[in-house]
Design a protein around this ligand. Structure first.
Ligand code: C2O
Ligand code: CU
Ligand code: CU
Length: 454
């Protein structure tokens, strides 16, 4: 779907869907009956009008992840709730200087996000480059995961899986199980990859090919960087330039250690529930054969990135992501011990600065037009990928080291018991929105806060 005359109008219908996955029938949820939903192509300065229709049995809404647009009214407003059989008209107006890149959309109705994204509700948004990039072809690859039961329904997710963040058994590329793609030697492909998994981190490797990192979340790197692997957290996107080399190569997701609950629970009863202990997973196969293609011109340099370290910082804050335990009666949230719902038991809490999400409370107030420094700390034994809506973050210290070059992302991993420093420019778009852990189970259970720019 391509915008015409600067306006892209479309209907998005969120509904149960029947698809085929790896030769099996699967009952999922999808936008417009397709997994992923339609890819939206827009240019900076365009307006996207989406009529969103909820044909699910649960409330939902729509978020345009990573787009730098207003969160007010019928813009990218995370506080909207669309009941079953209702519709809502969104309008997202991109500024003329919007960074190009790969973004995505997904529901953001608190309490249902992991369930709906995990069921298949997501799609890619491409913001066109101001100048063409010399490639033979582009591919959009939306990676997701789900688990099916014997009859093809989505498997139930238990409380332990919600606590560590659900990871599906089947890892899909564009809704397909292990697809095969082909290219000719010497061709250059641009892969736009979205991690749409609710909780799974992806350590992507493509052995046997020359791979350069072109973009991380937004904009592009001034010079593409040669890489052998890239780790992307849930919500992150990357763009890769692949120079096709004769032979057969597998894109794999190698294991990522994102911590676990072992330390909190004395190592007991975790076993298979610790994430990231598995073998590398094959996502797709690239077959390169045939007559060599004529060489393309080298990819030109991108513009220098803004460096907020050169701008005055007006406020510094610490934002702490924590998992804890609270005594109480069992409810809808994960519990320790096998107690039934009516027994007094220990519940897990997922907090930011000691508080669970409350849409009516404003946690952070900022002045529009200023730069702030946030130290994101993690006092829990699991990594949390931290995401802020509307305004991207410049990482100045990733927990291991201070970064010398500007690095911008909209989802930033904060390692277990670690901390990360970011700078944020609240240049424009006064309004109220959210920041949260992009392990969507954690977000649903309260690991989300509100920020208001005035
Ligand atoms: Cu991709 Cu607030 O989310
Ligand atoms: Cu987002
Ligand atoms: Cu988390």
């Amino acid at each position: 779907l391509v915008s015409r005359d600067g306006v892209l109008e479309l209907d998005l219908i969120a509904a149960p869907a029947r698809i085929e996955v790896g030769g099996r029938e699967a009952f999922v949820q999808a936008f417009n009956d397709s997994l992923p939903g339609p890819t939206l192509h827009v240019a900076p300065g365009d307006t996207i009008g989406v009529a969103m229709h909820n044909q699910l049995r649960t409330p939902t809404n729509l978020h345009v992840h990573g787009l730098h647009v207003s969160s007010e009214g019928n813009g990218d407003n995370p506080f909207v709730s669309i009941d079953p059989d209702e519709s809502f008209d969104y309008e997202f107006a991109l500024p003329a200087d919007h960074p190009p890149g790969t973004y995505w959309y997904h529901p953001h109705r608190h309490g249902h996000v992991a369930e709906q994204v995990g069921a298949g509700l997501y799609g890619a948004i491409i913001v066109e480059d101001p100048e063409p990039v010399a490639v033979t072809r582009e591919r959009v690859m939306v990676i997701s995961d789900l688990t099916l039961d014997a009859s093809g329904n989505l498997a139930e997710v238990n409380q332990m899986q919600q606590m560590v963040g659900r990871e599906g058994e089947l890892v899909l590329v564009n809704g397909q199980f292990r697809p095969q793609i082909t290219a000719a030697p010497g061709e250059r492909e641009r892969w736009r990859i979205v991690n749409a998994c609710p909780s799974r981190y992806l350590r992507l490797q493509l052995a046997g090919q020359q791979v350069r990192l072109f973009s991380r979340d937004l904009g592009r790197l001034p010079t593409p960087e040669e890489v052998t692997e890239v780790i992307i957290a849930p919500g992150n996107r990357i763009e890769l330039l692949v120079e096709a080399t004769e032979g057969s190569s597998a894109l794999v997701a190698a294991p990522v250690d994102r911590g676990g609950m072992g330390a909190m629970m004395g190592g007991a009863m975790m076993g298979d529930n610790e994430p990231g202990n598995d073998e590398p997973i094959r996502l797709l196969t690239l077959e390169v054969s045939g007559a060599p293609a004529t060489r393309l011109a080298p990819v030109s340099r991108g513009p220098a990135l803004r460096d907020l370290r050169k701008e005055p910082v007006v406020a510094t804050r610490t934002v702490d992501f924590a998992m804890g335990m609270a005594g109480g009666m069992g409810g809808d949230r994960p519990m320790m011990g096998g107690g039934g719902r009516d027994e007094a038991t220990t519940m897990m809490t997922f907090t930011i600065n000691g508080q669970e999400f409350d849409p009516d409370r404003t946690d952070i107030s900022v002045a529009t037009g200023t730069v702030e420094q946030w130290t994101l700390t993690n006092s829990s034994p699991m990594d949390h990928p931290v995401h802020l809506h509307v305004w991207p973050m410049q990482i100045i210290d990733d927990g291991d080291r201070e970064l010398s070059e500007p690095r911008w992302q909209d989802v930033v991993n904060v390692p277990a018991f670690g901390n990360v420093k970011v700078l944020i420019a609240f240049d424009d778009f006064p309004g109220r929105t959210v920041y949260h852990c992009h392990i969507l189970d954690h977000e649903d259970q309260g690991m989300m806060g509100t920020v208001e720019a005035r």
